[in-house]
Write a protein that binds this ligand. Sequence first.
Ligand SMILES: *Cc1c(COP(=O)(O)O)cnc(C)c1O
Length: 382
Amino acid sequence: MIPYGRQSIDESDIAAVDAVLRSDWLTQGPAVEHFEKAVADYVGASHAIALNSATSALHVACAALGVGLTSRVWTVPNTFVASANCARYCGAQVSFVDINAKTYCLDPQDLALRLEAAARRGELPDVLIAVDFTGQPCDYAAIAELKARYGFRLVEDASHAIGGLYRGQRIGALLVADITVFSFHPVKLVTTGEGGMLLTQDAELARRAQSLRSHGLERHPERLEKPDEGAWYYEQQALGWNYRMTDLQAALGASQIRRLDKFLARRRTLAARYDNLLGSLPLQRPWQHPDGLSSFHLYPILLQDAATRRKVFDRLRGDGIWVQVHYIPVHLQPYYRQFGFKPGDFPVAEAYYARTLSLPLYADLSDADQDRVVAALREALA
Ligand SMILES: *Cc1c(COP(=O)(O)O)cnc(C)c1O
């Protein structure tokens, strides 16, 4: 079986976790801070906060930005449901912006039109969650202009995009997003089993996120209402959660970060190989950002129509090639339809969904297995 994505674990990763098991701290120890520093240094962010998933990181991002019952949060339909659910956890109203037919990421023109209309109605969004789909950066220059004009805050869901670049800068250190989030699920680029990270250049947002990750507790003497109570003392100053990452996970993460450049190089080589090998087939290959460098979490192809996609999907699965579809438009999920969303609301994302198929792509995929995928695809299309 060839999956669409999977982790790469070597002896150095195993040794890193083993060392934590033999140490004094399984959680809330030094490995978490060490991992946070490794990621912050890698991308060039001032603050990094590890959490038990990217979903938790997105939830904490919304909460730290003050998203609540009267807030409006916008994201794209072409994403995993967590990009929208995080706003619903805070009770906010969620809406969507369509994607661009070429980039498959948020379409700045559609965003501009929707913002103009929302401004007239007095219903501007408080937060926009942009998704770096497949590891390609969104058009952040255009988004920055609209952000300055309309005053929304920006969360960058970079679950696919650790190691990606936009205009020479690492994703996670862009000055456009208030908060960036990475995922460390095993199908993503770097894994901690389950895990995520929140990055920001803003010290106050970092402080809030750190507290919300751990029940809303505060221990810093300068911020306590009663600083002289005693050394045991802490205050719960907000309602937070237990969204902490363990030291076992963090040690694995830090070990994986040391291997990230190799992972990225291999993924980019495999993507270039697909580009060559698929050149003569009746399908559309993924677009490459002229101002960015993708981390290639996914390699989605577009087939001629929905019927062809269904046929190819079933054939490849039958051959033991575990292709996948990214993504079912979030607004068409039964949960979101209850808010009035319906087919036709975001036509570009819907048309993209009808024809897309993600081919296997991960650091340990061998050339021979990739050739097998291409041969099976060629046969399925014959
Ligand atoms: C994987 C993913 C998430 C959720 O990540 P978890 O770490 O599994 O919670 C959120 N957004 C996007 C775009 C993802 O791909």
